[in-house]
Design a protein around this ligand. Sequence first.
Ligand SMILES: [Zn+2]
Ligand SMILES: [Zn+2]
Length: 306
Amino acid sequence: MTTEIIPLGTTSAMPTPTRHLSGLALLHGPGMLLFDCGEGTQFQLMRAGLKPYRLDAVFITHLHGDHYFGLMGLLSTLALIKRDAPLTLVAPAGLAEVLHALPGLRDDELTFPIDYVTLHEPMTQAVVYETKAYRVEARPLDHRIFAVGYRFQERTKPGHLDVERAQALGVTDYRHYRALKAGEAVTLDDGRVVESEAVVGPPRPGVVFAYVTDTRPCAAAEILARGATLLYHEATFGDDLTARAAETGHSTARQAAETARRAGAQQLILGHFSARYNDLSGLVDEARTVFQNTEAAEELKRYKIL
Ligand SMILES: [Zn+2]
Ligand SMILES: [Zn+2]
């Protein structure tokens, strides 16, 4: 199953004519996860050609408005299209109360149940969502208010089946292919036994995606990003405003790159840019002096995680 991410909003605090507030979709097979949901996120989903009913779960990092004010509109739309499947909503404590205070969004008024997974301070680590194919964990970051980062980790996948080799050994039945892929040996009609290892490659490690925003550089960010196939990290400021980043609980592009390098990540995508930067090439250059495989997130672009 392929995994891809689509940044929906890449600005911090204030929208700009060309950049939207925080939101990022992760597609895994037919399912969709949403990380943060700033104002306008549902329009960005539409522009990306993503149907909101595909959503399995939403992960909110913290309760600054630029990260969740789009949730009310999105939930309202899901009720209008009469969604009935449950939706998991992972967020710091306080969000459920905000939503319940709004007419139309109380549990008894929606057409679908919301499974709230509520995170409380203090915490060190929590698995907040899991399926047969992957799990998502949260860890607390270092921001002005309680904020968490997330790590999506796909489970180890079976190795590739070498169909040509299997055919050469006399395997023709699709049920045998399935058994071999599942690691079982099969007995052919003529009595010969074909072992799984003879035709199936070694198990493949799953992909890892880390979503780290908003935060000062911290150990938890690095743990979330450890060995990540792709790290999406905030880079609110450049080197010119390192002191301001520390004051306001944010990171510079260079600090994001330092986290990516220390964590042994493979690829870094920067986001959550201050509205003062029209041209992002300076931030990318600063990050690349530390971690070469860096780019600035482009809204609506699909990034495959391989
Ligand atoms: Zn923010
Ligand atoms: Zn914030």
